[in-house]
Design a protein around this ligand. Structure first.
Ligand code: ADP
Length: 192
């Protein structure tokens, strides 16, 4: 069973890739953004708390996000493997995930990082705003999300690079080709 993280700036297509890659490995794709959006739709207490941060493009506080993820990881489908999309996003969250996994006696096998040029990201998200109407796909909120990725989440990539489990994948091009490249990179890592 694989335990994988997928990372990439907003608009990099990581949510789409996550679904396809997770299906290949027979694990659930767990997106913290999707979990928050489901809570917001259902107007749960958590959804009401997270919604304001999301609409501004800010991170939801670490302890709130980690608590939600911990609960999701307790579902049976995630017992042995999972593909995390959107977590960890901060250095604090790396430590929290390490602790969650240590309790389960599990290790991370691979961290996929999708790279896409900045100007392409903005264009993709403005298109998505038209197609899907995501509330946080307005130009100033997008800029804030890109800025946070640069300022906070790059440090997460560096940490996993130092651990030797970071796999960088070019995220521009055909969806299928990117999926194939990502799967091949993970399989190589699992075999070594
Ligand atoms: P994107 O990567 O396109 O910005 P996501 O769907 O992954 O979109 O996340 C949407 C929003 O959900 C984020 O802008 C943030 O407010 C919140 N969020 C998701 N994951 C986390 C996380 N790990 N820590 C804090 N906030 C998060």
């Amino acid at each position: 069973m694989a335990r994988i993280i997928i990372m990439g700036p907003p608009g990099s297509g990581k949510g789409t890739q996550a679904v396809h890659i997770a299906r290949h490995f027979g694990v659930p794709a767990i997106s913290t953004g999707d979990l928050f959006r489901a809570h917001a739709r259902d107007k749960t207490a958590l959804g009401l708390e997270a919604g304001g941060y999301m609409d501004r493009g800010e991170f939801v506080p670490d302890h709130v996000t980690t608590h939600m993820l911990k609960q999701r990881l307790e579902d049976v489908d995630a017992a042995n493997g999972f593909l995390l999309d959107g977590y960890p996003r901060t250095v604090i969250q790396i430590g929290a995930l390490d602790e969650l996994l240590a309790v389960r006696g599990q290790a991370l096998e691979a961290v996929l990082a999708l790279t896409v040029p900045d100007e392409e990201l903005l264009a993709r998200m403005l298109l998505r705003a038209k197609e899907q109407g995501r509330r946080d796909d307005t130009e100033d909120v997008i800029q804030r999300r890109l800025e946070l990725y640069r300022d906070e989440t790059q440090a997460v990539l560096s940490a996993y690079l130092q651990r030797g489990i970071l796999l960088t994948i070019e995220g521009s091009g055909e969806r299928e080709n990117i999926t194939t490249a990502a799967i091949a990179a993970v399989e190589k890592a699992l075999a070594s």
